[in-house]
Design a protein around this ligand. Structure first.
Ligand SMILES: CC(C)(COP(=O)(O)OP(=O)(O)OC[C@H]1O[C@@H](n2cnc3c(N)ncnc32)[C@H](O)[C@@H]1OP(=O)(O)O)[C@@H](O)C(=O)NCCC(=O)NCCS
Length: 154
């Protein structure tokens, strides 16, 4: 059983998300960056929280049935407890319920934990973006999950 809840991102999360983001990435988003997503009609961001504390976040943008994941992270203090999995489940469900064609993301070539997480959701390597990342410079592996078409989609 999980002891955190997954909620849609709200303005009250912005400062904590930016602080946690800075512990997880070399190119952290600012609080203003998170707040800006709240007024984006294409953004879908979820937060894992426990007793008011932010544990992690996953967010994407969806346009014309195409979902592009921007951020997935979990606090270094509570990894391997299923937080990222529960966040990814929400993105995946959101995309499926809206009959998205696919969900896709980039992951650093050396980021085996994240790649394992995505593979477990059915994402498959779909290409390489050379030198996509800086700090440090590194290739990105493009990973994509395609959703099956239903009769209603025809
Ligand atoms: C990658 C990350 C989001 C995983 O978060 P987490 O909450 O610890 O992950 P979970 O506990 O939900 O693990 C889910 C699955 O991911 C994979 N995984 C997670 N951490 C792993 C690790 N250190 N080694 C191998 N596989 C790992 C496993 O398949 C795991 O399932 P299992 O525990 O049943 O084996 C986290 O390590 C993180 O925030 N890293 C820094 C930011 C980052 O790299 N984000 C991804 C950018 S593309």
């Amino acid at each position: 059983m999980t002891d955190w809840t997954i909620v849609p991102m709200a303005a009250r999360h912005a400062a904590a998300l930016a602080a946690l983001d800075a512990r997880c990435f070399s190119d952290p988003w600012t609080p203003e960056g998170y707040e800006a997503e709240l007024s984006s009609g294409t953004a879908c961001f979820f937060v894992a929280e426990q007793d008011g504390e932010v544990l992690g976040c996953a967010g994407m943008h969806c346009v014309c049935g195409e979902c592009y994941v921007d951020r997935v992270f979990c606090s270094p203090d509570c990894r391997r407890r299923g937080v990222a999995r529960s966040l990814m489940e929400r993105l995946d469900r959101w995309a499926r319920e809206r009959r998205a064609a696919f969900i896709t993301l980039e992951v650093r070539a050396s980021n085996a934990p994240a790649a394992a997480l995505y593979r477990s959701f059915g994402f498959e390597p779909a290409g390489i973006r050379r030198d996509f990342y800086s700090l440090p410079r590194e290739d990105a592996v493009l990973m994509t999950k395609t959703y099956p078409k239903t009769e209603d989609d025809n």
